[in-house]
Design a binder for this molecule. Structure first.
Ligand SMILES: C[S@@+](CC[C@H](N)C(=O)[O-])C[C@H]1O[C@@H](n2cnc3c(N)ncnc32)[C@H](O)[C@@H]1O
Length: 426
């Protein structure tokens, strides 16, 4: 069985939990973690390793197979290097192609776009020379993606085994206003130390990303069980392990769906429109049994007597208004309820800044008064948030939401720290 080198990018800040996850995935298909760098992890393994990571990782963004690496000085070297690779072993001129490039600031190329063009031309020329035809370019839904990484001295060529980025699980119908990427949500759940036995509550659940990720984790569902991957289209990719890996994932899915397990996972939002979206996403993800409620986070109460974990990424710099009525939940699940209109009026009338300051103070008060014993994890790009909430952060973890630098604040809502206040945390 050949062993390949892979690079798997992930949201910055999640590398350590991604390595932990890879060690768990190694029980399904052998792989070895070689190194972790900001924004990704290198590992080695056979074709099954990439399949298992694509199918099971909740934190990876994609899985790239290293084709070749060489030193270079300019765009002409890139063209020559890309021409030498046996791309015809992996795909044909009937496959559509896209070439992506990432260059460090120190890369000795004048124009990154032009460098990508040279690599694309080299691949197309190579295929025409060997097979008599050039592949078509498709930037939207290509069959094959080649990734080029340029450091100051080295060019690395990768073949993508993923296709659409892995955070696209296949269940999201409507994105809502500002959905959290699924892999960032999953990474935050891991960073929080949450396990399915512990109650989990997202009081600003929006389209439901945290609660859907958590429920799928609790039920042991494969992150990519509902979607396809680029390796399925690559010729000469050894697919012998795929039926076994896919069958095990499908079996877990069927067992989970037949059991109707009660999950300790709760979501609420002030917006009925968002809850309609969350409900549709839950159903598409096969998770009808989750509890959803329309309520202002300032008026929230603990959904369980046993303390648990709160996760949230609150709105930032936007005016908060109640929109729409929540639908009534179908089936035997919990009922969604309409929120308090008196609280809601406030959000309509206040100025955005005042509304935001008032909201975070009231949200902090709700945590202090009604969530003793819970831990809250709040993701925000606003470093002053603990001050606004009048709570002391026990931990702050830098995380990147795409290009936006954020902090994941942990608040331990124990009696002793409840009165502790700091005006500004950083
Ligand atoms: C950044 S979005 C959260 C996105 C969510 N994590 C997702 O993945 O879709 C913030 C959410 O907070 C909700 N929200 C704003 N003010 C609120 C309030 N006072 N109480 C409860 N939810 C509120 C908004 O309706 C929105 O859905």
């Amino acid at each position: 069985m050949p062993s390949f080198e892979f690079f798997s990018p992930c949201p910055r800040g999640l590398e350590a939990v991604f390595v932990d996850e890879l060690h768990e995935i190694a029980l399904r298909a052998p792989l070895e973690v070689s190194a972790s760098v900001p924004g990704g992890v290198y590992f080695t393994g056979g074709p099954a390793a990439a399949m298992a990571v694509n199918l099971h990782s909740r934190i990876a963004s994609r899985v790239l197979l290293k084709v070749a690496q060489q030193s270079y000085h300019n765009e002409n070297d890139l063209f020559a290097f890309a021409s030498e690779q046996a791309w015809e072993d992996w795909f044909t001129a009937q496959h559509t192609l896209r070439v992506d490039i990432t260059a460090m600031k120190t890369a000795p190329v004048r124009n990154v776009g032009f460098a990508a063009l040279r690599v694309k031309d080299a691949i197309c020329d190579r295929l025409r020379a060997v097979t008599g035809a050039r592949p078509n370019i498709d930037t939207a839904t290509p069959d094959v993606r080649v990734f080029v990484f340029l450091s100051a001295t080295e060019c690395t060529l990768y073949l993508d085994t993923t296709g659409e980025a892995l955070f696209k699980r296949g269940w999201r119908l409507d994105k809502g206003a500002a959905p959290l990427r699924e892999n960032l949500a999953a990474g935050i759940l891991r960073l929080s130390g949450w396990t399915p036995a512990v109650p989990l509550y997202d009081p600003m659940c929006g389209s439901g990303t945290f609660i859907i990720e958590a429920a799928q984790m609790a039920l042991g569902l494969a992150a990519g069980g509902e979607r396809h991957f680029a390796f399925e289209k690559l010729q000469s990719y050894d697919m012998s392990a795929w039926p076994r890996l896919k069958a095990a994932a499908l079996e877990a899915q069927q067992i989970a769906r037949s059991q109707h397990r009660e999950l300790n996972i709760f979501g609420s939002d002030i917006s009925g429109d968002m809850l309609v979206k969350a409900q549709a996403n839950l159903e598409r993800a096969g998770l009808r049994q989750l509890w959803l409620k329309q309520v202002d986070a300032c008026a929230m109460v603990a959904p369980t007597e046993t303390p648990g974990i709160i996760v949230a990424n609150p709105p930032y710099g936007e005016r908060v208004e109640v929109r729409g009525q929540a639908p009534r939940a179908r089936g035997q699940g919990h009922e969604m309820q309409t929120g308090r209109r008196d609280q809601n009026e406030f959000f309509r009338e206040a100025q955005p800044d005042e509304a935001s300051a008032e909201f975070f103070r009231a949200f902090g008060d709700a945590l202090k008064q009604r969530f003793t014993g819970w831990q809250a994890f709040v993701l925000t790009s606003d470093r002053g948030l603990p001050g606004q909430m009048r709570l002391r952060a026990a931990k702050r973890t830098p995380l990147f939401n795409g290009p936006i630098e954020c902090r994941l604040f942990r608040f331990d809502l124990v009696t002793g720290s409840m009165r502790e206040r700091r005006s500004d945390e950083e």
